[in-house]
Write a protein that binds this ligand. Structure first.
Ligand SMILES: [Zn+2]
Length: 193
């Protein structure tokens, strides 16, 4: 309802904001996000107008985005289905959250691709992402969901291997001096049994 920065993160530590999606994704990907996550019929028209507008100046506020959406949707279609911007904002929220889901899905499926003794390593740059990797690795190592007082495991979930890095590996000062962006990097390694 009010004009505000285009952010929409669930967590301050999350890297991407809604503005990053709006200003960085290409027209095709924007269309996909709006159509798939928002079921927006005019996804193509909205994406096209976003790309045209941001060519002169990035889209930075919710008010600017609402204006673009209102200009993209035919007058008649605006009369039904609630606020015309509702579906786009829903799509952005889902897109931002699904990026985090994708990390945890990737951790799980990558472990399944390894040969016994094979390792995979993940570098993240934000603590929210690192937490997802850390939790994912822990679940791969100890997937059992039985209550702790059960004498034997009945859930049947088998360990995939072990976490090689109890604590994440961080860049040395020398590396940070050479590459300041490495500062927030965290590396974790998992080994398949
Ligand atoms: Zn169990």
């Amino acid at each position: 309802m009010n004009d505000a920065p285009l952010d929409m993160r669930m967590d301050r530590e999350q890297r991407r904001t809604a503005a990053d999606i709006i200003n960085e994704e290409d027209e095709r990907e924007l269309t996909r996000i709006l159509r798939e996550y928002g079921e927006e019929k005019f996804a193509g028209a909205i994406a096209r107008r976003i790309v045209a507008k941001r060519a002169s100046k990035p889209v930075e506020t919710t008010g600017e985005l609402v204006e673009i959406i209102e200009e993209s949707i035919p007058r008649k279609a605006k009369l039904k289905g609630g606020h015309p911007a509702k579906r786009t904002f829903q799509a952005l929220r889902i897109a931002l959250n699904s990026e985090l889901d994708e990390i945890s899905q990737a951790v799980e499926s990558l472990a399944g691709c390894l040969n016994p003794g094979g390792r995979f390593a993940v570098i993240t740059f934000h603590s929210l992402e690192d937490r997802i990797v850390k939790d994912g690795f822990r679940t791969l190592e100890k997937p059992c969901t039985c209550p702790p007082d059960f004498p034997v495991c009945v859930c049947g979930k088998k360990s995939m291997g072990h976490v090689v890095t109890r604590k994440p590996i961080l860049p040395e000062e020398e590396e940070i001096a050479l590459n300041p962006r490495a500062k927030s990097a965290k590396l974790r390694v998992f080994e398949r049994a």
